[in-house]
Design a protein around this ligand. Structure first.
Ligand SMILES: O=C(O)CCC(=O)C(=O)O
Length: 329
């Protein structure tokens, strides 16, 4: 692991604060020995201000799953049934004990949400005719992080939110559907921890394993933008507590009006706590098109959004086939 330089002067302390982040001068950033330093892979251990992760975790559970955003449940439920996942799940989550046999709330059945240009899991493409407004608070957060990593012109155009439980994993893949690979892919994690595997340009190259904890940010750019990667394991946070300490910290009492961080009520936070004590949320944010670029004309049938599929690279524990891990062990 090697230290990585950040572009401290690209983000004012006020803009960092507005996004719920520490001043960039206080962040730590690391790269991996043997990988190009910039543009490359950058790991930033939790740079959020105390209490501010709560806002992002709550948005991922209460706000971003709402229409017009798209989620896996839309694939086999009617539109009116998925309108208010939060409202429909509150009671169930609030009363949840520790038994695995209790019925799962809709929020616990959520596997992914897409934002902006909605990723089509079947065609593995984005298209101009399936796009909804990207949440402005998340776009603002992404802009600050990208700028701190040296990407001043990053535009948040697509987001994929992955919702994990202790038995979930994410299969090996490359994020190559975006048409502009010169912009980074930003990844934010909240809740329980995970193991992240960063592989090579070829599927069978030995990966580097690293922990990702709540609040950690990962930036894949340059050479590492098209590296294979996967999440084979979700783990309880290393502090051994219900929630990691950084999520227990109370909201700052002095949030100014210009902040995109909103106060999270105790009632809402109790629901989030119930969810996050056994779950991890990962948000990846991508720029799809280069400035001035448009989607190339594609055959009509490929452009149509297939609402029947739930395909994605999520896997249940029993299905995971770890070619590398199997052959290594
Ligand atoms: O959950 C993670 O940490 C990785 C997510 C990811 O690889 C993706 O959404 O493409």
């Amino acid at each position: 692991v090697v230290s990585s330089e950040l572009s401290i002067s690209s983000v004012s302390d006020q803009d960092a604060y507005r996004a719920g982040l520490q001043p960039v001068s206080q962040w730590k950033a690391y790269g991996l020995d043997g990988y190009p330093a910039w543009p490359g892979f950058i790991f930033i251990p939790n740079p959020f201000l105390p209490g501010c992760q709560r806002h992002w975790a709550k948005q991922c559970l209460k706000v971003y799953p709402q229409k017009p955003n798209v989620c896996n449940l839309d694939m086999h439920m009617g539109a009116e049934e998925t309108i208010d996942l939060w409202g429909q799940s509150q009671e169930c989550l609030r009363n949840k004990g520790s038994s695995k046999r209790e019925p799962r709330s809709l929020l616990e059945k959520l596997r992914w949400v897409t934002l902006g240009y909605h990723y089509n899991w079947n065609t593995k493409k984005y298209s101009a005719d399936h796009c909804t407004p990207f949440p402005s608070d998340l776009a603002f957060l992404a802009k600050q992080v990208a700028a701190a990593c040296g990407f001043q012109n990053f535009q948040a155009e697509a987001g994929i939110l992955n919702y994990y439980h202790f038995d979930s994993s994410l299969g090996i893949h490359v994020d190559e559907s975006e048409l502009d690979h010169s912009q980074p892919l930003l990844s934010f994690s909240f809740g329980q921890s995970s193991i992240f595997l960063l592989g090579g340009l070829k599927r069978d190259e030995a990966p580097t394993a690293m922990f990702m904890h709540s609040g950690d940010i990962m930036v894949m750019s340059g050479f590492s933008r098209l590296l294979y990667h996967a999440v084979p394991r979700v783990l309880p946070n290393p502090e051994g507590t219900t929630l990691p300490f950084c999520l227990e910290q109370a909201f700052p009492s002095d949030l100014s009006d210009c902040s995109v961080i909103e106060h999270c009520s105790e009632e809402d936070w109790q629901i989030c706590t119930k969810y996050l004590q056994t779950s991890r949320i990962n948000v990846t944010i991508r720029q799809v098109l280069a400035a001035g670029q448009s989607f190339l004309d594609e055959p009509k049938e490929e452009r149509q959004w297939d609402a029947t599929s739930e395909n994605c690279y999520h896997q249940e524990e029993d299905e995971v086939k770890w070619h590398r891990l199997n052959t290594d062990s």
